[in-house]
Design a protein around this ligand. Structure first.
Ligand SMILES: O=C(O)CCC(=O)C(=O)O
Ligand SMILES: [Fe+2]
Length: 350
């Protein structure tokens, strides 16, 4: 009998079925026309935008290929991640995240109060990011966080920095097609993530002796505008199909990125698009690595339905909330206060 820490055991209704539902996968969308904007036609762009719209409506998730991110850049960060997580724990905790600084290594993340079976390394763009110190709107004090780079493996910093640059370029392209797909001007969403708190994360899910009882990441929705995720070929990400609530595995596709809408896009679009629940299931044999890049609004942004999406017939479905305050609140370190962890956006319903 293997001993496992009780903190990782999911409630019965959240435990995964380990037999896979084989189903039509999420759409794979070819972005090649965005790499040569001067030679693509209006019809090509319209048809891409229509594909994005259908995927966002039906799934809240899609995969992109021919996205313009170099495979070499991705392979370098994947290799460095394996080396970093392969180090002894004493070495990794030299860059452990703490009460003040959210960046760095940790292995005790809770999703909805249950411990995830994973270890993580978080990093951001090199300029220091500022977020509010508390959720109290009267508190004007800001918290500063900065990267903590490990000594080993050498070069992790450079590959992360290069990767984050590539992700930012892709994020701007995606923001434009998502805006167009909501019948908004192409650059409508860009203003919300000037001076943003982007976070890159490397996830390592070690093999788990009790994959029927635990999850790599518990059921959640991402909070920002959208997430761009790379996963290795192990598989394990599952999304909740909107039509019937069935959990559907996202099949690993070589050199594709998975894109999923976050709650901020749900609110900006006044519910026209929804952020979809997802989770990570584990296996007994293989380690899995994934690298999400969270495209978040800037800390000072108030998130509320865009005026173009609100009218008499379709009143605002959500109240305004401040991104920086939500971000600080969600990342509070004290497990005893985590009851509201992963506040569903419905908390802000008008
Ligand atoms: O590892 C994955 O595939 C997904 C991770 C995830 O959903 C997250 O970190 O928000
Ligand atoms: Fe997620």
């Amino acid at each position: 009998m293997v001993e496992v820490h009780p903190a990782i055991i999911q409630d019965v209704e959240h435990r995964p079925k380990l037999t896979k539902t084989e189903a039509e996968g999420i759409p794979v969308i070819d972005l090649s026309i965005l790499n040569c904007p001067y030679t693509s036609t209006d019809t090509e762009l319209e048809s891409l935008v229509a594909e994005i719209r259908n995927a966002c409506k039906k799934w809240g998730f899609f995969q992109v290929i021919n996205h313009g991110v170099s495979l070499e850049c991705r392979e370098k960060i994947e290799l460095a991640s394996r080396k970093f997580f392969g180090l002894p724990k004493e070495e990794k905790i030299k860059v452990k995240r703490n009460e003040v600084n959210f960046m760095g290594y940790y292995d005790t993340e809770l999703t909805k109060k249950i411990m995830d079976w994973k270890e993580v390394f978080d990093f951001t763009v090199e300029k220091t990011a500022m977020v509010p110190l508390s959720q109290d709107p009267n508190h004007k004090e800001l918290r500063e966080f900065h990267n903590q780079w490990p000594q080993y493996p050498p070069g992790l910093r450079e590959v992360c920095e290069e990767y984050i640059q590539e992700m930012q370029k892709l994020a701007y392209k995606l923001a434009e097609v998502i805006s167009l797909s909501l019948s908004l001007p192409a650059k409508r969403l860009n203003e919300f993530f000037e001076d943003q708190i982007v976070v890159g994360r490397i996830n390592h899910y070690p093999p788990c002796p009790v994959p029927h009882l635990a999850l790599g990441v518990g059921i959640h929705k991402d909070a920002g505008l959208f997430t761009i995720l790379s996963q290795d070929d192990t598989g394990g990400l599952e999304i909740k199909r909107k039509t019937d609530g069935e959990w559907i595995g996202v099949k690993p596709t070589p050199d594709a990125y998975i894109v999923n809408l976050g709650e901020a896009t749900q609110v900006y679009s006044n519910g026209e698009y929804e952020s979809v629940e997802h989770r990570v299931v584990l296996n007994t044999e293989r380690s899995r690595f994934s690298i999400p890049f969270f495209v978040n609004p800037s800390h000072s942004t108030w998130i509320q339905p865009l005026e173009e999406k609100v009218n008499e017939k379709n009143p605002a479905k959500y109240k305004a909330y401040n991104w920086g305050m939500l971000f600080t609140h969600r990342r509070k370190h004290d497990p005893k206060t985590r009851d509201e962890e992963n506040l569903p956006v419905d908390h802000f319903k008008a």
